[in-house]
Ligand binder design. Structure first.
Ligand code: 1GP
Length: 246
């Protein structure tokens, strides 16, 4: 599967929703159950990753279990170079541009590049930008968190990502953030860049998802919401419908 073409072609029809599943938080059986229900609710793809407690084994098992229940593309969203699986369709090959550590800007990427080539994974180049509050990802990635009220600084980072050749720019508030990236910020970044804009962190309602796509997000990611819902299809479908119809 050519995931980049799939994203581009789907985006011509509507903005996309991606479901983030974290093998560090749940076993593969539970993750595959969520993946199946998210598929039924209309999600456009499954991201697999997290900030802590990932291992080669739990990522590989989880990707396989998810592939067993859905034909949706599965994209790795890695915390570091040690947690890759050739069973996935693609990997977000990402640089945390506002990290204070070379390790997360380019070190993990160099450490994983040869392995990715051997696995034959499609790479989706991404500039990953962590905004306040950043949550666990901000700590792990040693981020100099971007202030929520400084669009010019965020635009500089996003444009740098574009000029470095990244196809995707991810504005991340952090998993479990109390509130998402402000829609005004998304709007300003959208006006400044041409590539695919992903927004995630703290999105839990159809209203906030709709506002973010209306402000210019091409792809919305939800993670915590899908982990905590008891009747996922019913709860997630309104969010996905809001994204698809915006
Ligand atoms: C985290 O943006 C994603 O990388 C998802 O965040 O868990 O808050 O939905 P949530």
């Amino acid at each position: 599967m050519d995931v980049h073409s799939y994203f581009s072609n789907t985006r011509k029809k509507h903005p996309l929703h991606l479901t983030l599943l974290d093998p560090g938080k749940m076993n593969s059986e539970n993750l595959s159950k969520i993946a199946k229900e998210a598929d039924q609710a209309g999600t456009d793809g499954i991201m697999v990753g997290g900030s802590t407690d990932l291992s080669f084994e739990n990522v590989e098992q989880s990707v396989q279990a998810i592939k067993n229940v859905t034909n949706l593309p599965v994209i790795l969203f890695p915390s570091d170079s040690g947690v890759l699986s050739g069973k996935a369709d693609a990997i977000f090959f990402m640089t945390l541009l506002n990290s204070s550590s070379l390790q997360y800007i380019v070190g993990e990427q160099i450490a994983s590049a040869t392995h990715i080539k051997k696995l034959g994974l499609e790479t989706l180049s991404m500039a990953y930008l962590l905004l306040e509050p950043g949550m666990r990802a901000g700590l792990v990635g040693k981020a100099r968190l971007l202030p929520r009220d400084n669009p010019n600084l965020v635009i500089s980072h996003a444009l740098a990502g574009q000029y470095l050749g990244m196809n995707y720019i991810y504005l991340e508030a952090g998993s479990g953030a109390e509130s998402p990236v402000p829609s005004e910020m998304v709007e300003q970044v959208r006006k400044s860049i041409d590539n695919t804009l992903i927004v995630g962190g703290g999105i839990r309602t159809p209203e906030s998802a709709r506002l973010l796509v209306e402000s210019g997000a091409d792809i919305i990611v939800t993670g915590t919401f899908v982990e905590t819902s008891n009747s996922l299809v019913e709860d997630l479908k309104p969010i996905i419908d809001a994204i698809h119809s915006a």
